[in-house]
Ligand binder design. Structure first.
Ligand code: CRA
Length: 810
């Protein structure tokens, strides 16, 4: 039921009195925020209960999305929007003299993820609910989210993210749903008295897993699904064992921190235990629910339950499901395996070798002895079956236990019925290169599901000015169905619409310029091109290539201060993993170049560099609506998909990209004339790997522009980077430029020059921008999860359930 402004105000006041014994006029921002949060939560409480009840009553098949990261960011405005209350709340609060945007800033970002992978999981949660699909998240409730980033003398410094301080308004602790998870110790098998073997545990550690549930509110459809995050505690029965503070700490540390690296698995014991902890707790609670409420034979589990393994971190879902089915439900191995493979599906998110998870046998045995036994058996049976069908090498290359290590991707592929990549190019590379051997063995298991974004958040919430222009031009249906953005194509030559879109962009740029001034004291003009690269700092993403181009522009301007060019602000947002030295060196260099360029009077404000610290979801929400240029310049083949590329496109930024990840599909969507493509293709990259002909030294010797740019890193041109500059220089010349920056430099510069020219013709630019917005609908995560639901999970949305009922009646 819709809430009118007066009732909203009354309820807010009433709740404030009840909770804080306070009048609105005396309340602090925090108190108002928490009160509003409680009001919003109460508005969806019934729908939350009803949704669950409907799933249970109708015995609907549900999907459980297992992910070690979720990155929702702030939830207040998203929940208001999805409940259809955003405008009412904004207006009612304004009448009370409160600015909603300002109030929303009280909420701490829920940052239980590193970057793309975790953010994708949260976009999926939003879309699964919004499409009326029965689906839930399962993950870890870290006490500390991803570190906060500050710059000190241009260096990255990491600070803890105490996001739970002050409480988390959205979660509900579900004491009664706690389960126990066993780790460590020894396990041996003994007769269970009924002719079967059962595992006997010795000296194991028992952990209590307590779930905290958060409602995932669907868009105006009364569906509220559940994100369940697990936290570790000491079980009451074990209290005696933990008498020292240190002992308690060690156990409680298990869910204390998120590992702050998205591309390098360090094989740490705590990480492995984290993985097992949330997997085991999640699967136990699914099975418990199934037995208690669905009450079907366990052999039919796959008709009611689908479990998704989001990258390999939850790969232990496979042996843990086997453990429960064999040890507890007493199914035969064959029956259990059949059920497990049917229930599980897996997404691969990267081809970077250093990110492919492997655990040493020794560590696995010590930490999770029963898991290891089961994995050994899966491996042995796999080899046994496959060696009859395939050559020796193929089987050896694909088995789970190899070279003293457990290969988690192999476990995930063998133990599930579906493996997908996250963009067409990436999925093709999985089939043809990275997982080619598996593709030969299981050709039918491989498929593509191009990533998507929660379009309502990344348009309606973050970019109200643009949203209003869209409403006026094409009506409001795009708000529910992002495919309708296509209607905008009819306005390509409509000067009024183009002009209004330009005004909206300008407003957003001014807002970002104000924020930049306030937080960094750098004064930037909203008339300049806002050229944006926002993503984790990684060598393959090539922030350094961006910097090389900036240095070239700087040198050109020094030589000729009257150079005919558009003003440009280069905006960066990027965290480096704390242990990733080279990435931190690049941060330092960008910051020092910024100091130099922003303060050089010769440059005369023609170019500026702004590196905004602490890039996170909330900062992305400020930057993306203000972007003119979207830098997607990874070395072709390395970026599995990317998702900021989609968000920037939706907000009318023009993409400057290599043909990597989903950039290829963005190009297909907007056409060659509305995107700037440069650089090596993935085939050319692979050809270089094969023929070994690349010589960075030769590029340096033969190309004077490159030489001058690189020299700036070692000749004092950029100050304060004596060591860092040398390291950059050596990485490019001495170590032969692993990511082909110098090879792509010229074509990147040329593309940048074309952008400069294009921006000079504002009508032309606005047309490109409009075409990008109009064609962004296909990258909605609504579409993506629908495809997962149909092809992989086999779960059905609420509406089609209704149709079925209707059909039955007829
Ligand atoms: N780092 C990929 O690199 C992709 C996201 C989500 C990544 C991105 O290109 O968009 O996943 N891979 O699919 C990853 O986390 C473990 O691998 C990422 O976020």
């Amino acid at each position: 039921m819709a809430l009118d402004k007066e009732t909203f105000k009354k309820e807010l006041r009433q709740r404030l009195r009840e909770n804080y014994a306070m009048e609105l006029e005396d309340a602090a921002k925090q108190e108002i925020f928490y009160t509003l949060g409680a009001l919003v939560k109460a508005r969806y409480a019934d729908a939350w209960g009803d949704t669950w009840k409907e799933y249970v009553d109708k015995k609907k098949k549900q999907v459980y999305y297992f992910s070690i990261e979720f990155l929702p960011g702030r939830m207040l405005k998203n929940n208001l929007l999805n409940l259809g209350m955003l405008d009412t709340a904004r207006e009612a609060l304004a009448e009370l003299g409160i600015d909603l945007d300002n109030l929303a800033e009280v909420e701490k970002d829920m940052a239980l993820g590193n970057g793309g992978l975790g953010r994708l999981a949260s976009c999926f949660m939003d879309s699964i609910a919004s499409c009326g699909l029965p689906g839930n998240g399962n993950g870890i409730r870290y006490d500390y989210g991803l570190f906060k980033q500050r710059f000190v003398d241009g260096y990255q410094v990491e600070l803890p993210d105490e996001w739970l301080q002050g409480g988390n308004i959205w979660e509900i602790r579900r004491e009664s749903k706690a389960v126990e998870v066993r780790v460590g110790g020894h396990v041996y098998l003994a007769d269970n008295g009924r002719g079967k073997l059962k595992p006997i545990y010795e000296n194991e550690q028992i952990l209590r897993a307590v779930p905290y549930d958060t409602g995932m509110v669907g868009y105006e459809n009364n569906v509220v699904n559940t994100l369940r995050l697990w936290s570790v505690e000491i079980p009451a029965s074990e209290e005696d064992k933990y008498q020292s503070i240190q002992g308690r700490r060690e156990l409680e540390d298990l869910t204390a921190v998120l590992y702050p690296d998205d591309s390098n698995e360090q094989g740490r014991l705590i990480r492995l235990t984290q993985e097992y902890f949330f997997v085991s707790a999640g699967i136990q609670s699914i099975i418990r629910h199934y037995k208690k409420r669905i009450q079907q034979p366990i052999s039919k589990l796959s008709e009611y339950v689908s479990i998704h393994i989001n990258d390999t971190h939850p790969a232990l879902c496979v042996p843990e499901m086997m453990r429960i089915l064999i040890d507890e439900e007493e199914l035969s191995w064959e029956q259990a395996w059949d059920v497990t493979v049917k229930v599980m599906s897996y997404t691969n998110h990267t081809i970077l070798a250093e990110a492919l998870e492997k655990w040493s046998i020794d560590l696995m045995k010590r930490t999770l002895p029963r898991m290891y036994q089961i994995i050994e058996e899966i491996d042995a049976r796999y080899v046994h079956t496959m060696q009859e069908l395939h050559p020796y090498d193929l089987v050896e290359n694909t088995r789970i236990i190899r070279d003293g290590q457990v290969h988690m991707a192999h476990l995930s592929i063998i133990g599930s019925h579906s493996t997908n990549g996250v963009a067409k190019l990436h999925s093709d590379l999985l089939k043809t290169v990275v997982l080619h051997d598996f593709y030969i063995i299981y050709p039918d298991r491989f498929n593509n599901k191009t990533n998507g974004i929660a379009q309502r958040r990344w348009s309606q919430i973050v970019n109200e000015p643009m949203s209003h222009v869209l409403d006026e031009a094409i009506g409001k249906t795009w708000r529910k169905d992002p495919g309708d953005l296509k209607l905008l194509m009819n306005y390509q030559s409509d000067q009024t619409v183009l002009e209004k879109l330009a005004q909206a962009k300008k407003m957003n740029k001014q807002a970002l310029a104000d924020y930049i001034l306030e937080t960094t004291e750098i004064d930037v003009s909203a008339d300049a091109i806002f050229d944006v690269q926002i993503k984790r700092l990684h060598a393959y993403k090539r922030q350094l290539l961006n910097l090389l181009h900036i240095i070239k522009l700087y040198q050109d301007l020094k030589e000729n201060p009257d150079l005919d060019m558009q003003k440009r602000v280069f905006i960066f947002g990027a965290k480096a993993a704390p242990s990733y030295h080279y990435a931190k060196v690049i941060i330092k260099c960008i910051n020092e170049a910024a100091q130099l360029i922003n303060n050089d009077p010769d440059v005369n404000d023609q170019i500026k560099i702004v590196f905004l610290p602490n890039y996170n979801v909330s900062l992305a929400e400020k930057i993306i609506p203000a972007a003119d240029v979207s830098e997607q310049i990874s070395l072709a083949s390395k970026e599995a998909s990317g998702t900021s590329n989609m968000k920037l496109m939706l907000n009318g930024a023009i993409t400057l990209a290599t043909l990597d990840g989903a950039n290829v599909e963005i190009r297909d969507a907007v056409g060659d004339d509305n995107i700037y493509i440069f650089g090596l293709t993935e085939k050319e990259v692979y050809a270089y790997y094969e023929n070994q002909e690349y010589s960075a030294q030769r590029m340096y010797d033969e190309n004077p522009v490159i030489r001058r740019v690189l020299n700036a890193f070692i000749d004092g041109t950029i100050p304060n980077i004596v060591y860092e500059g040398r390291e950059i220089f050596d990485s490019l010349i001495k170590y032969n430029d692993e990511y082909f920056l110098l090879r792509d430099f010229d074509s990147y510069v040329k593309a940048q020059e074309e952008i400069d020219k294009a921006y000079g013709d504002q009508t032309f630019w606005q047309q490109m921008s409009l075409i990008n917005i109009a064609n962004a609908g296909r990258f909605s995560s609504d579409e993506t999860v629908r495809r997962y639901a149909e092809d992989i999970w086999k779960v059905e949305p609420k509406d089609s359930f209704v149709t079925e009922d209707v059909q039955k009646v007829q």
